[in-house]
Design a protein around this ligand. Structure first.
Ligand code: PGA
Length: 244
């Protein structure tokens, strides 16, 4: 269960969140719990979760380890500050910041080399869905961004299916729509990496996940977890999602 804080919270708000949140999920042994704050608050989040079952992640990463790349942050830098996870290819990066399937692959390889666990996002836009192109888009994103990994690399990633029309809109995919897309992604994984790898890979659903809809989503056999934006900003609401 992963929370994506996007561009919300400063360092003191980060610390205050974990003071409330940590005890609420201390008993959660059924899943891994991850929060991805902004880069500048990773250190505060790592300090505030020391000795707990909560892992911290970044929301993006650059694929070179160092160099003249003003404004970028590398995977070894993220690992050195104590984060273990990184979200890659979020639809907001794809829509607003020029992320492509090719850069998703480069970033994933760099993250894995630094020992980080990538959460790779895929998902269709509303126009794709209305045109009946959801499977085409998921296939293209899988082939361009994930199929380039080795089997060993693939075994270390998590995939997040996030239909763009459901993100921050309050419109959740129905459990059936989500399950269909997850099935499509798992079929891609099976074709490329084999049945055992496809069964083992965790596929999260993201897009307006809330305390009151998480249970029905998680009841779908192909949905292994959630990537949560808005509802991860409040300790109570994210804790009730974690403890669904
Ligand atoms: P949301 O965001 O839960 O606010 O819809 C999900 C995401 O973008 O990861």
């Amino acid at each position: 269960m992963a929370g994506n804080w996007k561009m919300y919270k400063n360092a003191s708000e980060t610390t205050a969140f974990f003071e409330k949140f940590n005890p609420l999920v201390a008993g959660a042994s059924h899943c891994e719990v991850v929060i991805a704050p902004t880069f500048v608050n990773i250190a505060a989040a790592v300090a505030a979760t020391k000795g707990t079952n909560i892992g911290i992640g970044a929301q993006d990463v650059y694929w070179k380890n160092e160099g003249a790349f003003t404004g970028e942050v590398s995977a070894p830098m993220i690992a050195a500050v104590g984060a273990q996870w990184v979200i890659i290819g979020h639809s907001e990066r794809r829509q607003f910041f020029g992320e492509t399937d090719e850069t998703v692959l480069q970033k994933t390889v760099a993250a894995l080399e630094a020992g980080l666990k990538p959460i790779i996002c895929v998902g269709e836009m509303l126009a794709d869905r209305e045109a009946g192109k959801t499977a085409d888009v998921l296939t293209r994103q899988f082939q361009g961004g994930i199929a380039g990994l080795t089997p060993e690399q693939f075994a270390r990633i998590v995939i997040a299916y996030e239909p763009v029309w459901a993100i921050g809109t309050g419109k959740t995919a129905t459990p059936e729509i989500a399950a269909d897309a997850h099935k499509c992604i798992r079929a891609q994984a099976r074709a490329k990496f084999g049945a055992a790898a496809a069964d083992a890979v965790r596929i999260l659903y993201g897009g307006s996940v809330k305390p009151d809809n998480v249970k029905n989503l998680m009841a779908q056999p192909d949905i292994d977890g959630a990537l949560v934006g808005g509802a991860s900003l409040k300790p109570d609401s994210f804790a009730s999602i974690v403890n669904f």
